[in-house]
Design a protein. Structure first.
Length: 150
C-alpha cells in the first residue's frame, strides 16, 4: 500500500481514505480471533468480555456493562456462557455481598492468550515499522474517535 500525503487531501478524501483503512485494518485484526473463537462456539462479544475482565480483574457486572455499552440481556447470555464453561470466575464482593466480581480463570487466560497471539504480533510489528511518534499519533486519533466517557 503506497504512502498517502495527508497534506494534499481534501476533507472528503481524508474521510474516505481513513474509513477505508480503518475498515481493512479492523477486518484483518479481528480475523484470527474470529477463527479461534469459532472453534469454541464463541464470538466477538465473548472476546470483548474476556479482554476487559482480564484487564480489570475484580470488576463488577455493572462496570462491564458500562464499558461494553450493551444491554443487561445481551451481557447476561454471553457472560453466563463464559462463567458456566469455566472461562470466568464470579466471586461475591467482600464489602457488598450483592456484588459479583469477575475474574478470568486459568482456562480463560489460556483462551485469551490463544485468541490474542496474532493481534499482539500484528500490533507490535506495525508499531516497530512506524515508530513511536506515529504510534502516539495513532493513539491520539483513536482517543479522539472514541466517546469521551470511555
Amino acid at each position: 500500500m503506497a504512502d498517502i500525503n495527508f497534506n494534499k487531501l481534501n476533507d472528503e478524501q481524508i474521510f474516505h481514505k481513513s474509513t477505508e483503512l480503518l475498515y481493512f485494518a479492523y477486518r484483518d485484526f479481528i480475523s484470527w480471533p474470529d477463527d479461534v473463537l469459532e472453534t469454541y462456539g464463541f464470538g466477538r462479544a465473548h472476546h470483548r468480555i474476556l479482554y476487559f475482565v482480564s484487564t480489570n480483574p475484580g470488576m463488577t457486572v455493572a462496570e462491564l456493562l458500562k464499558i461494553l455499552n450493551i444491554t443487561k440481556q445481551s451481557l447476561s447470555r454471553v457472560l453466563g456462557a463464559l462463567i458456566e464453561q469455566g472461562y470466568i470466575d464470579q466471586k461475591i464482593g467482600a464489602e457488598d455481598r450483592r456484588q459479583r466480581l469477575l475474574f478470568l480463570s486459568t482456562k480463560g487466560k489460556v483462551l485469551l492468550d490463544e485468541v490474542s497471539v496474532s493481534q499482539k504480533a500484528s500490533i507490535l510489528k506495525a508499531s516497530q515499522q512506524v515508530g513511536p511518534e506515529a504510534v502516539t499519533g495513532f493513539w491520539k486519533m483513536l482517543k479522539a474517535l472514541a466517546n469521551e466517557e470511555d
